[in-house]
Design a protein around this ligand. Structure first.
Ligand code: PLP
Length: 388
């Protein structure tokens, strides 16, 4: 008999009842050190007192009003994002997937309004942009699209990090390129800054729009507010979600005035997107992730990385190498990463597997140094148990 919850996940037999900082407490009272943060969502840890206060304060005032009216909390958060990024305008969604849908629609409308028949969007192998029909068509991976055809047309996937393939593919017929500056689900795969700069040059030459998917790598995770800032170039459109709500379902599409020019009244909408509750929390998250906070992310990342390098050296049969940027870290494994995830459960440590045989470590961005030390010790014990 089918379970009351549609069985699309292979769930671990653990249920959590509360959280504080980088720790989660299970039903039986066991405390787990959380290096997954809800897959890069709980950027400020669990039950951050300022977020709890903001949420409860706003909940006592106003949860939801329609986008038929002005929403001051939404305007405030949009202004904060515009002030701190390349963008001129923002649309709020409830998730990264919805942000992907709007990014696709915005691109298509842009070229339609220009009277150009550009519909092809270039994406990359290993990408993950969400689970909607549009997002799976964009990523194109067999495991996501099989059985769900016919797929939305207009996407093509190129190998990751192959600049020659990119140069050959981008023409004056290319509508947009959609890319995660660091692939998350694909295995914490980074790109040299020169690749993103080269992409910007190619797109500037052909007029092609760039869509950055910063759903997983954005909002402070790499030590900059957005990961692409390390490369010194900017996109035309950017998808954001996960960390921006600190655990409240919130996403956004940021865009330049030019890229957003087709999105006139009536062309897009959302019942819940940008509601006062979500936007109040999002604004508090951004308030807290200031320059001093970002500098600390980089310090913590250096400490974490050093610990992980030590694990690679002491467990060469289990771990191959360390990858990633900031607190978006990956351990390339020599055993199935799901085995490491299970061994880590036994040490009451939460990690997340990814493709490319990688174990993902996406802790809260404010994880205390003592918890980093504890995490490395628990991973060490998990690897020792696996090797035995
Ligand atoms: N894009 C990236 C890079 C993601 O990592 C995810 C989720 O993991 C998504 C899009 C989809 O976001 P959501 O699950 O909020 O719809």
């Amino acid at each position: 008999m089918i379970s009351p919850v549609l069985p699309t996940y292979n769930r671990a037999p653990i249920a959590f009842v509360s959280g504080a900082g980088s720790w989660l407490t299970a039903e039986d009272g066991t405390r787990y050190l959380d290096l997954g943060a809800g897959i890069a969502v709980n950027a400020l840890g669990h039950a951050h007192p300022d977020l709890v206060a903001t949420l409860t304060e706003q909940a006592a005032k106003l949860w939801h009003v329609s986008n038929l009216y002005r929403i001051p909390e939404q305007e405030r958060l949009a202004t904060m994002l515009v002030d701190r990024t390349f963008a001129d305008t923002v649309f709020f969604t409830n998730s990264g997937t919805e942000a992907c849908e709007l990014a696709i629609k915005m691109t298509r409308k842009y070229w339609y309004d220009k009277g150009e028949a550009r519909t092809e969007i270039i994406a990359f192998e290993g990408a993950f942009h969400g689970r909607s029909t549009g997002a799976i068509a964009a990523a194109g991976a067999e495991k996501m699209v099989k059985g769900f055809g016919p797929l939305m047309p207009g996407f093509r996937q190129l190998p990751w990090g192959d600049h020659d393939a990119l140069r050959a593919a981008i023409t004056t017929d290319t509508a947009a390129v959609i890319i995660e500056p660091i692939q998350g689900e694909g295995g914490i795969r980074t790109l040299p800054d020169a690749c993103l700069k080269g992409l910007r040059d190619l797109c500037d030459t052909t007029g092609t729009l760039i869509i950055f998917d910063e759903v997983q790598c954005g909002v402070g995770r790499t030590g900059k507010l957005f990961a692409h800032e390390w490369s010194g170039i900017a996109p035309d459109i950017m998808m954001v979600a996960k960390g921006i709500g600190g655990g409240f379902p919130l996403g956004a599409v940021l865009a330049t005035e030019n890229a957003a020019s087709g999105m006139t009244p009536g062309t897009h909408g959302s019942t819940y997107g940008g509601n006062p509750l979500g936007c109040a929390v999002g604004a508090k998250v951004l308030d807290l992730i200031d320059d001093a906070f970002l500098a600390q992310v980089s310090q913590k990342a250096a400490r974490f990385r050093q610990g992980l390098e030590g694990l690679v050296a002491s467990h060469p049969a289990i771990f191959d190498s360390v990858r990633g940027q900031g607190l978006m870290l990956g351990l390339k494994c020599r055993v199935p990463p799901t085995d490491v995830v299970k061994a880590a459960y036994a040490q009451h440590l939460l990690t997340v597997p990814a493709a490319d045989n990688v174990l993902r470590l996406l802790p809260a961005l404010n994880i205390p140094d003592t918890d980093i030390t504890e995490a490395i010790a628990r991973l060490d014990r998990a690897a020792t148990a696996l090797a035995a």
